[in-house]
Design a protein around this ligand. Structure first.
Ligand SMILES: [Zn+2]
Length: 468
């Protein structure tokens, strides 16, 4: 009798296990995921990295038969999709149908690619369209709706603040690096130092809005030596702090290796004043190496944490491990390793584990690879405390920002739900971690952001406030 009962019980347990496994096949269908996702959706996010220009400068508008406007093509052109596949250009002055006749085939080989899939939530949630199965008629309507939505900035404001539920957004203004402007109520300025690192000569700066030489002229200063140049940098940093800039940002990983050697000032001084083509590669690298270390010092001096692009860029030389000597030698500088160092997310984890002056920013990572991002969240949470991980959408218009935000909330919720399901984390702790990554960690690292809140501060902020 007992034996029979035991067998029945074992059979039932098997069936239960099978049911659990079936739901684990897509955890996103489970009530557990639903609860964690809802909690993460409810967090008014602090987006630590985006490239949103003032409304009249939103990029990638097309010249169509109905004038210059935002199109469906504009959304893809301003996305990461062209990074992995050809996007049919809009034929100048022509109607939608002419573009779509070819463009509709652009997506056939990218159905599983994250650079394509991250955009789908925007079409689904904002326009009610499943882009995977879009018809020609739906595409035409979608394109017309996009054009209407960009007639003024109401759509953009609503999508970012209400639909994406973003409260504050750190904006990296690589189109005007020394401007410190706040074009939107949610914008937080970032000082992009990429060009300052290479400034051996005024001719290095094609855009006057980026040029410390133009900046100096406006202040009535002359730059004739490296010391003059470093003095002007101090003036720029002082102005950045006065403008409530949150942090520094470097994207040098697109141009060169992240191996920054410690170089004596005399070598940098010898290179200063020369045009790039008058310098050998080793001399130019030495100048940049010196400047990068100098700026890491200024980061501590002005309490502006240092966001550094690591991973996918110029992939030879963008491994975040190359920064470890610099990180060790500058313990007062708060380093933020961007994009989780993709694909070196494990290397980024060990740096975060061993160095307390390091934060990991997962901005762009789910967009690069959803699966790696999910694994990275799980690995990082196992290797280091949960209060040094952040996120950012890293894109340029309403649809892209909504899409990347939703993709990240989903990825983080899935990573956490899997851990809870495996018994590796309590559900209430998972929800707290979700809130830390989406908001509280950025507020703790950039406390000045609290001065920029524009929504009424709710009781939810009590924990973040009490941590200060
Ligand atoms: Zn970026």
């Amino acid at each position: 009798m007992w034996r029979i009962f035991a067998n029945v019980a074992a059979g039932a347990a098997c069936a239960l296990a099978l049911a659990a496994r079936t739901s684990a096949g897509d955890i996103k269908k489970s009530p557990l995921y639903g609860r964690i996702k809802a909690a993460i959706d409810a967090v008014p996010a602090i987006d630590t990295h985006d490239h949103l220009r003032p409304f009249d400068q939103i990029p990638n508008k097309d010249e169509t038969d109905r004038g210059t406007r935002m199109t469906l093509h504009s959304i893809f052109a301003g996305s990461y999709f062209p990074g992995i596949h050809r996007l049919t250009p809009w034929p100048a002055g022509k109607p939608f149908d002419e573009w779509w006749a070819t463009a509709r085939n652009d997506f056939r080989d990218t159905r599983a690619v994250s650079f394509y899939r991250y955009l789908l939530p925007a079409f689904r949630d904002l326009y009610g369209i499943d882009f995977d199965t879009i018809t020609d008629e739906q595409a035409r309507e979608l394109d017309a709706k996009i054009a209407t939505n960009y007639k003024d900035d109401a759509w953009l404001m609503d999508v970012i603040t209400r639909r994406a539920n973003i409260e504050l957004m750190l904006i990296d203004p690589y189109w005007a690096r020394l401007q410190f402007e706040r074009a939107y109520k949610f914008s937080v300025p970032v000082l992009n130092v990429t060009m300052l690192i290479s400034g051996t000569h005024a001719s290095q700066f094609a855009n006057p809005l980026d040029s410390p030489f133009v900046f100096a002229e406006r202040q009535g200063k002359k730059i004739e030596s490296l010391d003059d140049y470093l003095g002007v940098l101090d003036m720029i940093f002082t102005q950045a702090v006065a403008a409530d800039t949150a942090c520094l940002k470097s994207t040098q990983a697109y141009q060169r290796t992240l191996q920054y050697d410690r170089v004596p000032k005399e070598r940098a001084a010898a290179a200063f004043g020369k045009k790039a083509d008058e310098l050998g590669p080793a001399e130019f690298k030495a100048f940049e190496d010196f400047m990068f270390w100098h700026i890491a010092g200024l980061s501590a001096k002005y309490n502006l944490p240092f966001q550094i692009h690591t991973g996918q860029a110029r992939i030879q030389g963008s491994n975040p491990m190359l920064l470890v000597d610099l990180i060790d030698a500058n313990p007062q500088t708060k380093f933020i390793l961007f994009h989780g160092g993709y694909p070196w997310v494990g290397e980024t984890a060990v740096i975060g584990m061993k160095r307390r002056n390091v934060w990991i920013d997962s901005c762009w990572l789910p967009t690069l690879s959803y699966t790696v991002a999910k694994r990275a969240y799980q690995e990082w949470l196992e290797a280091m405390p949960s209060d040094r991980i952040m996120w950012g959408a890293d894109t340029v218009q309403a649809e892209g920002i909504y899409a990347a935000t939703e993709f990240t909330r989903q990825c983080l919720a899935e990573a956490l739900a899997e851990k809870v399901e495996r018994g590796e984390l309590r559900e209430d702790h998972a929800m707290r971690i979700g809130r830390q990554v989406m908001r509280d960690n950025a507020l703790k690292l950039f406390p000045k952001l609290k001065r920029m809140f524009w929504r009424t501060e709710g009781p939810d902020d009590v924990e973040a406030a009490s941590q200060q």
